[in-house]
Design a protein around this ligand. Structure first.
Ligand SMILES: [Zn+2]
Length: 142
């Protein structure tokens, strides 16, 4: 069963109607079995919001979302590249290394990046250590 929104071309009445299939609508229309409840006109058309068109809108929407996702991904990758070139990777020792720098165990100031749990980040912030959380995209291994 397919539900169509129908429209009367003469009086602009809009109404929903059920059909066994998309072909049935055309058949009934050709035979003159479709008529307006209000003015009895046979000039009945499917309005624009047919199920077929709906799915086309959905496909377009998904494509746009994918495009946006790819753009964001690209930006994240550029950001990652910058960090990799300018920061030292400390892996899971991030919280330890950040404290070492903060408390002056290591004289030289350095920029580090690595992974930390949200709990660790929270603790670092409480200690006045500045840590930023950035989205990270895993590299594709080909
Ligand atoms: Zn009508």
């Amino acid at each position: 069963m397919i539900k169509y929104k129908l429209m009367c071309k003469d009086c602009d009445l809009k109404f929903d109607s059920w059909f066994a299939s998309s072909d049935e609508f055309e058949k009934l229309k050709k035979k003159g079995f479709l008529n307006c409840h209000q003015c009895n006109s046979k000039r009945i058309e499917k309005s624009l919001m047919t199920p077929q068109l709906m799915s086309k809108f959905e496909v377009k929407d998904t494509k746009e979302k994918n495009l946006k996702f790819r753009e964001i991904n690209k930006k994240i990758r550029e950001y990652q590249k910058f960090i990799k070139n300018n920061f030292e990777y400390v892996g899971k020792n991030f919280a330890y290394e950040a404290r070492s720098i903060h408390y002056g165990n290591k004289k030289k100031e350095k920029r580090i990046y690595g992974s930390a749990t949200t709990k660790e980040i929270h603790e670092l912030k409480e200690e006045g250590i500045n840590a930023e959380i950035i989205p990270w995209v895993e590299e594709k291994k080909n």
